[in-house]
Design a protein around this ligand. Structure first.
Ligand code: DQA
Length: 147
């Protein structure tokens, strides 16, 4: 089971970026925890972060060819703007869970709409870094049941 975790723009600043909203864990800590959980379960996990929409589209497209079976994605600000990333996920057709650290529905109106949610298997928001771990737990449990 190969799982890809994708983080969108500004998530490289986790730890110092608005900790009251996004928590104090760094992206490196979050990714290391996820890798450890995946490896203990016998799965492979790779993380990718970019501040560039095209690079994120390229990585999603590559997931369609590199053996990835599941995507966990926090598109960050592109959640609310990126038809291109949504189309890339639709094109590769891999199942994915959308994760947000903050509860976007408690925040500004422009954060309430996601271009991704209608294609996602599920959406987790407002649970901080734990949201990624819960999404991973789902991906791992899903791989145990017959397709
Ligand atoms: C976010 C929520 C987005 O609205 C915001 O632009 C982000 C992070 C979250 O994880 O809560 O950058 O996706």
């Amino acid at each position: 089971m190969q799982i890809l975790v994708i983080h969108g723009p500004n998530l490289n600043l986790l730890g110092t970026r608005e900790p009251g909203v996004y928590g104090s864990r760094t992206l490196a800590q979050i990714d290391a925890d996820l890798k450890e959980i995946a490896e203990k379960a016998g799965a492979k996990l790779e993380s990718f972060q970019s501040n560039h929409e095209g690079a994120l589209v390229d990585r999603i497209q590559a997931a369609g060819r590199d053996g990835s079976r599941f995507i966990i994605i926090n598109p960050a600000a592109y959640t609310h703007t990126s038809v291109a990333m949504r189309d890339a996920l639709a094109a590769v057709g891999l199942p994915f869970v959308e994760v947000h650290l903050s509860n976007v529905h408690k925040r500004e109106a422009f954060r309430h709409h996601s271009y991704f949610s209608a294609l996602a298997e599920g959406v987790i928001c407002g649970l901080g870094a734990q949201g990624y771990a819960l999404a991973l737990q789902y991906a791992l449990s899903r791989s145990e049941s017959p397709a």
